[in-house]
Design a protein around this ligand. Structure first.
Ligand code: TMP
Length: 214
């Protein structure tokens, strides 16, 4: 499996705080004038926008269609203009909120492991995978403040999501990906301390010599 050395991803259940941690990290990198690209999947591109419509229940798509769209969105995100491959080749630290593992987990539950595994087999892996681990009940409680819930945001599904994440992490470790499992039940600031600890071990992070207070 190809690994992109200056590429890191956040993964976790809905409500685990991946977006908040990515924001805190982006603020930290900004303060340190570090060259970085903070991005997310589904993307804001045409395929990602279609996916967001389906996630919000505005349109209905078969799980197999969703699996293919997530992979197509990822392909464009990786290889399209200003995408992950181009940015990382320029030496930027690329940080992505969700990536391949989200498809293996969510679409794996929805349409079986085979299809998402085949669709995502050729995509390069990140150097670092930060998994924000949280009890599904607590994550669901956090989602309560949201006005509308998306298609996967219900307790029975999220319980399966956690199980599947935990069962797949070893596969990434064995492929040479650095996997950091972080307890996401703590406050965002405490979680961020752990997140920063995981990023600090990345060679690119060391090269950037970041010092500014968190
Ligand atoms: P977000 O709410 O963290 O932005 O993620 C959007 C939702 O899309 C979340 O429920 C996870 C789901 N998702 C998949 O099912 N497969 C994927 O490949 C990705 C990237 C996200």
């Amino acid at each position: 499996m190809e690994i992109i050395p200056n590429f890191a991803v956040f993964e976790g259940l809905d409500g685990s705080g991946t977006t908040s941690q990515q924001t805190l990290l982006a603020e930290y990198l900004e303060k340190n004038n570090a060259p970085f690209f903070a991005t997310a999947e589904p993307t804001a591109g045409p395929v990602g926008t279609l996916l967001r419509q389906a996630l919000k229940k505005n349109i209905s798509l078969a799980p197999q269609t969703m699996a293919r769209l997530f992979a197509a969105d990822r392909c464009e995100h990786l290889y399209g203009k200003d995408g992950i491959a181009e940015r990382s080749a320029k030496g930027q630290l690329v940080v992505c909120d969700r990536y391949v593992l989200s498809s293996l987990v969510y679409q794996g539950i929805e349409c079986g492991d085979e299809l998402p595994a085949a669709l995502n087999a050729d995509f390069p892996a990140p150097h670092l995978l930060v998994y924000l681990d949280i009890d599904p009940a607590l994550a669901q409680q956090r989602l309560k403040s949201r006005q509308t819930l998306e298609i996967y945001e219900y307790p029975e599904f999220q319980a399966k999501v956690r199980e599947k994440y935990l069962s797949l992490l070893d596969r990434f470790r064995q492929a040479g990906v650095e996997v950091a499992v972080i307890d996401a039940a703590k406050s965002p600031k405490e979680v961020f301390e752990q997140v920063l600890g995981a990023f600090a071990k990345m060679p690119i992070f060391k090269d950037m010599k970041m010092e500014k207070a968190r």
